[in-house]
Design a protein around this ligand. Structure first.
Ligand code: FES
Length: 198
């Protein structure tokens, strides 16, 4: 089949354009990036950049995952009655667990490439909307997750704030510091500031 000079020129232009597009994707694309600009914006984690208080311990009187500070500060608050690193059973009898009841502030930032993880009560896991990594309630990445390490813990402590309207009867509130975080893979979850004993 023969083609005219004009048809040949057009075909050449199309081929060149496609080649340039592929080159650009090859240079700047990454399969680990969120799939679109709009999705990236929607799920971008927004971890707070300075310490903030979350009121008295009595606000977190039941075991569970509390979402009040996820949108505003990028942190999930998790209360457990018993707690062992990596243990996925969140209802461990506190009498048989050395740590007893605890409160932890987990960064909502996925450790894969930084999207914001959501809590899925139905499967009792944090789920990342970008590449579907799952994390246990304690923040441990699931074996098949693309995230290769657990979520990070933020510093959590009781501080004296007698003038605060949120202070408890002893004048204390809970303070979270997301600028100082603890990594499980570096054995930093042993640090007392990574967990509040109740
Ligand atoms: S950012 Fe990729 S799984 Fe979370």
């Amino acid at each position: 089949m023969s083609i005219t000079r004009r048809e040949f020129t057009k075909a050449l232009a199309r081929t060149t354009a496609a080649g340039i597009s592929l080159t650009i994707l090859g240079q700047f694309g990454c399969e680990d990036e969120p799939t679109s600009t709009s999705k990236r914006r929607k799920v971008k984690a927004n971890l707070a950049t300075e310490p903030f208080t979350i009121g008295p311990i009595s606000q977190f009187d039941k075991p569970g995952v509390y979402d009040q500070y996820k949108q505003s500060h990028g942190v999930w608050i998790v209360r457990d009655n018993g707690y062992t690193d990596g243990n996925t059973d969140s209802n461990i009898d506190s009498n048989t667990n050395a740590n007893g009841p605890t409160l932890v502030a987990l960064s909502a930032t996925c450790t894969h490439v930084g999207c914001s993880v959501d809590w899925d009560l139905d499967i009792d896991q944090f789920q990342c909307p970008c590449h579907e990594s799952g994390f246990t309630r304690q923040g441990i990445n699931m074996p098949d997750a693309r995230a290769s390490r657990p979520l990070e813990r933020c510093t959590i402590q009781r501080i004296l704030a007698a003038d605060s309207p949120d202070a408890d009867a002893t004048g204390h509130v809970i303070q979270i510091d997301p600028t100082v975080r603890f990594r499980h893979d570096k054995n930093e979850w042993d640090n007392p500031a990574s967990m509040l004993h109740l």
